[in-house]
Design a protein around this ligand. Structure first.
Ligand code: PSU
Ligand code: MN
Length: 303
C-alpha cells in the first residue's frame, strides 16, 4: 500500500482525513466530468480543514491519496479500469491490474490505513428482483463489508433502483448503525426522502462523532452509515425521477445486464436520458456528503 506523504502526515498527527472512492469516478460519471468532480470533491474536503485520500489500485498497488496525474489516469476515457469490490483486491494486486475501488473495497483499505471516515454518493444494496423473479441474489458487498469494518460511510442513502426496504433489513441484520443527518427519512439518492425511516437521527457533526465514538467502543464492530439527503435545490423532480427509473429498469431487463454492470448501466441511462440533470444532482450530493464527512472527521479529532 502506498500512502501519500500528505495523508500519512495527517494520520500520524491524528488529524482529520476523509477517504474517497474511485468507482464513482471511473464507473459512475462520464469522462471529463469525472475529472472535474474528482478535484471538486478533494477541494470540498480541504475547505473544511480535512485531508482527502482518494483510493484506487494502480499497477497492482493500493494507493491511498492520488496525485493529479493518477487522478487523470483514473478518469481517462480509455482507462478501462476494472471495478474492484473487496473480493477483487487480492487478484488485482497479485496480477498487477489497475482498478477503481467501490465502497466495499475503499472501506477495507481506509480501515487498514487508519482512516475512519469515508464520504461518497450512494451505497450499493439489495437489487430489485428481475421481472418474473421474486427475490434478487444481487446484494452489494458494500453491505457485508460495512457489517465487518468499523468505518463511517457518509452517503445519500441508496438509489431507488435498489430495493430500499430489503437493503435496510440487511443493514439491520448485519448490525450496521444507520443514522439520518437532520432527517428522519432514509434518503433515496436523487430524492430527499424514501418511504422508510432511519432508526436514529443526528443533528450536528459533533453528535455524529459522539455516536461513532460510542459505536466503536461499545458497538458490535461494524460500521456506521451516516445518510445525508441531497441538497434541496438539487433534488430531482419526482416525475422525471420515476420515468428515468422505469426506463432504466426496463433497459437492464431487456439487455440482460447482470452483476456489477447493473449499477453503471442504470447510472449511464439516468445521465443521458435526463439531459445532465442527474449529473448535476449526483455532483451536488457527493460534494455535500464529502463536506459533511470532513466535518465529522474534524469533530472526531476534537473528542
Ligand atoms: N451507487 C451510486 N453510484 C456509484 C455506486 C453506487 O449511486 O458509483 C458504486 C459505488 O462504488 C458502490 C458500487 O460501492 O457502485 C456498488 O456496486 P455493486 O452494486 O456492484 O456492489
Ligand atoms: Mn451487485
Amino acid at each position: 500500500m502506498r500512502i501519500t506523504e500528505e495523508v500519512a502526515a495527517a494520520l500520524a498527527e491524528r488529524g482529520p482525513v476523509v477517504a474517497l472512492e474511485s468507482t464513482i469516478l471511473a464507473h459512475g460519471l462520464p469522462p471529463g466530468r469525472n475529472r472535474t468532480v474528482a478535484t471538486a470533491v478533494e477541494d470540498a474536503v480541504r475547505a473544511v480543514g480535512a485531508v482527502p485520500a482518494t483510493i484506487a489500485v494502480l499497477d497492482g498497488q493500493i494507493r491511498v491519496g492520488l496525485t493529479d496525474a493518477e487522478l487523470d489516469r483514473v478518469c481517462a476515457a480509455d482507462a478501462g479500469l476494472a471495478k474492484l469490490s473487496a473480493r477483487d483486491l487480492g487478484p488485482a494486486i497479485a496480477l498487477s491490474h489497475d482498478g477503481a475501488t467501490t465502497i466495499a473495497s475503499t472501506s477495507v483499505i481506509a480501515h487498514a490505513a487508519g482512516i475512519a471516515v469515508f464520504g461518497t454518493g450512494g451505497l450499493g444494496g439489495v437489487h430489485l428482483p428481475a421481472p418474473g423473479e421474486s427475490v434478487s441474489w444481487d446484494v452489494s458487498a458494500d453491505l457485508d463489508v460495512l457489517a465487518g469494518t468499523p468505518v463511517t460511510v457518509v452517503c445519500s442513502g441508496v438509489k431507488s433502483v435498489l430495493d430500499i426496504g430489503a437493503t435496510l433489513e440487511v443493514l439491520e441484520t448485519r448490525s450496521v448503525a444507520v443514522l439520518g443527518y437532520r432527517t428522519d427519512s432514509f434518503p433515496a439518492f436523487y430524492r430527499r426522502e424514501s418511504p422508510f425511516t432511519v432508526p436514529w437521527r443526528v443533528n450536528s457533526p459533533a453528535e455524529a462523532a459522539a455516536v461513532i465514538t460510542a459505536h466503536r467502543s461499545r458497538g458490535p464492530g461494524s460500521g456506521v452509515l451516516l445518510t445525508n439527503p441531497i441538497p434541496p435545490e438539487h433534488e430531482m423532480d419526482r416525475e422525471l425521477h420515476d420515468r428515468l427509473l422505469a426506463e432504466g429498469m426496463a433497459k437492464v431487463a431487456s439487455d440482460e445486464v447482470r452483476g456489477s454492470d447493473v449499477t453503471p448501466v442504470l447510472l449511464e441511462h439516468f445521465h443521458t436520458a435526463s439531459d445532465g440533470v442527474s449529473l448535476d444532482a449526483n455532483e451536488a450530493l457527493v460534494l455535500s456528503n464529502v463536506a459533511l464527512a470532513a466535518e465529522v472527521a474534524v469533530a472526531l479529532t476534537q473528542r
